[in-house]
Write a protein of this length. Structure first.
Length: 667
């Protein structure tokens, strides 16, 4: 289902002008992100019941498109669907589903199958075909529960309501909470007659055209529902330490800075702080402390994800995966500030949140955050917006004018904030570093320094494809490369490659589950698993082999940078928690030792964020952010998947319990 969050990740659009057939009825829906119309859906039902749909989004230089034809069965489920178009990243879409005499058959570039059905079952399209309203109607018709194809079960119940003015009349709308589509409930708003009205998320809207003014009220009510659910989960999942604290016995403790295992350690936690660390014979357990015998399991510092865009399921996914700190580099400020507050207060489960305020320019291929700047005055005001909210950094994005970069950096540094981001179009990475960047997000943004010039428009998919086409033949040890590394080293520029998201861009193939992801993906909700089949960039025209070679070269860059004494940190821009585990595997695949990969997710980001006195390693006096792992990640980095428990500021969480709360099967 296209939640407003998913739409926000695409952004920007144009409405279809396809005419409605004579005698047909048409429903038009809009996609809006931070006040900007970024997409549209037109659903036309002909007199014979044939439904045609044109769905289109264009934002941040990309977006999905679908031209679909559908028909409904008498029971309200889909009887036929045929969709063509392209994915967010431009890969072709061809999807077909049919239901005849109880036999369901589906085929697409991503998947194919058939099944004899014993009752009403709803097929969830992988394409962007707008079938949300039909799913909601079918669930209402069948008592709120329907099996799904290719798998899973959707359940819907009314979670709340609100009355808002629409067209001059007070109108009651109902929040329908649907489980089985993602990690947590997806909310769909319906009218009193049960018809689909909208899906919302802070800053985003997908719903009836002309009713966009209701978005804020719906979002506020929906956030109330989410927070109530979050608090119930937090109360159930969190184990706070007793007055005498926790005593962790027989820990195999990783000294991350020395790179050594310290066997049979005792760690005392009082409140949110590590009070003592030492050999068992030297540390006395206080009376009344809750004793936790780790039985020789690995005890690591809590992990960092340095490239997050937090959404409601991400807090639990992070904590279950041992991620106790996350740097969010682009979000709706009200939502992000609420996450930070609720995680810190314990009314929701989630990591420590560090915030980088997203600042973008304006234009047809721009993203649409809440803060934009095209003049020097707006640039300074943009920094002020985030500085007043206590943000640690700003993040500069693709459409910022190059001449504004020094202004933004100067203002941010004057306010005690760091600067990271993409490299704006028509600017090179070395110029951005000289202009004040403290970090660079994404491996492609690093490599465009060698492949782009001042005429290259990197606001489109070209920022991905150009690197995919040219990285394979680039000499990472050339004089040009070494000169750039020296600049990064001189400025202590922090590089956040986010390999895990680019693995999807360059390597994922439509219709094939990546074998490295299979063990993790099979633990995820069924509808989430399907997203691993959608691929990345189009591999048409012989690009598969070229992109694969470029990908291997890109993976080597982190090791080269590390050897050149350039700070490298672990970030995802992907599925929270489990995505960081894969990022560590990819860092090792590229040549880092497991120890250095773990440092990239612990002490190195702690230093980069000026938090090393409080976190990043295990020592008395530091915040009790810890993760217990059943295995030896120094021998096999994949052991990080086997989290047992996580301590976030001294509060203990069972990994399996937290995973199960978001529909993830335990190991």
């Amino acid at each position: 289902m296209r939640t407003a969050l998913a739409l926000a990740l695409f952004a920007g659009a144009c409405a279809s002008s396809k005419p409605a057939p004579a005698g047909g009825s048409t429903v038009r829906r809009s996609v809006v992100h931070n006040g900007q119309r970024v997409g549209s859906s037109m659903v036309t039902t002909a007199a014979d019941g044939t439904i045609s749909n044109v769905f289109d989004i264009h934002e941040n230089g990309r977006g999905p498109h679908a031209d679909a034809t559908m028909r409904l069965a008498p029971d309200g489920t889909l009887a036929f669907l045929e969709a063509r178009g392209h994915t967010e990243m431009g890969a072709p879409v061809e999807e077909r589903f049919s239901l005849e005499n109880g036999r369901a058959v589906w085929n697409s570039r991503e998947e194919h199958g058939e099944k004899q059905l014993s009752g009403p079952t709803f097929f969830i399209p992988l394409s962007s075909a707008d079938a949300d309203a039909f799913l909601v109607a079918a669930l209402l018709k069948h008592g709120g529960t329907l099996p799904l194809l290719p798998g899973g079960v959707a359940r819907m119940e009314k979670a709340g309501e609100i009355t808002v003015p629409i067209g001059g009349r007070d109108t009651r709308l109902f929040a329908q909470a649907i489980t089985g589509l993602s990690f947590q409930p997806v909310y769909a708003w319906t009218r009193e007659d049960g018809s689909f009205f909208a899906e919302v998320f802070p800053g985003s809207w997908f719903g009836e055209e002309g009713a966009e003014t209701t978005a804020d009220a719906l979002t506020a009510r929906q956030e109330e529902l989410r927070k109530k659910r979050d608090q119930v989960l937090a109360e159930r999942l969190a184990r706070k330490p007793p007055a005498a604290g926790f005593a962790l016995l027989r820990a195999r403790l990783l000294d991350i800075e020395r790179g050594a295992w310290l066997p049979d350690r005792t760690v005392l936690i009082s409140g949110d702080t590590i009070r003592a660390v030492g050999p068992a014979k030297e540390v006395q357990v206080p009376a009344g402390a809750e004793v936790i015998d780790l039985g020789g399991k690995a005890l690591l510092p809590g992990l960092w994800d340095m490239h997050a865009h937090l959404s409601p399921p991400d807090g639990p996914l992070d904590i279950a995966s041992g991620v106790t700190s996350a740097r969010d580099v682009g979000n709706k400020s009200s939502l992000l500030d609420d996450f930070k507050k609720s995680f810190d207060e314990g009314t929701a489960v989630g990591p420590h949140v560090y915030r980088a305020g997203f600042i973008e320019g304006r234009g047809p291929d721009a993203s649409h955050p809440e803060v934009t700047a095209v003049t020097e005055e707006e640039a300074r005001a943009a920094v002020d917006f985030f500085a007043k909210r206590g943000y640690e950094m700003i993040k500069i994005y693709n459409s910022i004018k190059p001449e504004l970069v020094p202004v933004l950096a100067e203002e941010a540094h004057a306010r005690g904030m760091g600067v990271t981001g993409h490299i704006p179009a028509h600017m090179l990475a070395n110029e951005a570093v000289r202009a004040g960047y403290d970090g660079i997000e994404h491996i492609n943004q690093v490599m465009l320094n060698f492949f782009a010039d001042h005429e290259t428009d990197t606001r489109t998919l070209l920022r991905f494809s150009l690197v995919g086409e040219r990285a394979a033949g680039f000499d990472l040890h050339s004089p040009q490369a070494k000169e750039f590394y020296a600049l990064l080293r001189e400025h202590r520029t922090v590089i956040d490659p986010t390999y895990v998201t680019f693995e999807q861009v360059y390597v994922f193939e439509q219709g094939k589950m990546p074998p490295e992801w299979a063990p993790t993906a099979q633990r995820l909700p069924v509808q989430v698993q399907r997203q691993f089949l959608t691929g990345g960039l189009s591999l048409e025209g012989g690009k598969k082999e070229l992109y694969a070679r470029s990908w291997e070269q890109l993976l080597r860059v982190a090791k080269v940078l590390h050897d050149e004494d350039v700070p490298v940190v672990a970030g995802t821009d992907f599925t929270a928690g489990v995505g960081l585990h894969r990022e560590l595997e990819l860092l090792v695949h590229g040549g880092l030792t497991p120890l250095d990969a773990l440092r990239a997710a612990t002490i190195v980001p702690a230093r980069a964020m000026k938090m090393a006195e409080r976190t990043g390693s295990i020592a008395a006096g530091k915040t009790a952010d810890l993760v217990v792992i059943d295995g030896d990640p120094l021998a096999d980095i994949s052991a990080v998947h086997r989290t047992v428990m996580t301590f976030r500021s001294g509060v203990r969480f069972s990994a399996n319990e937290v995973y199960e709360s978001v529909g993830v099967n335990p190991l």
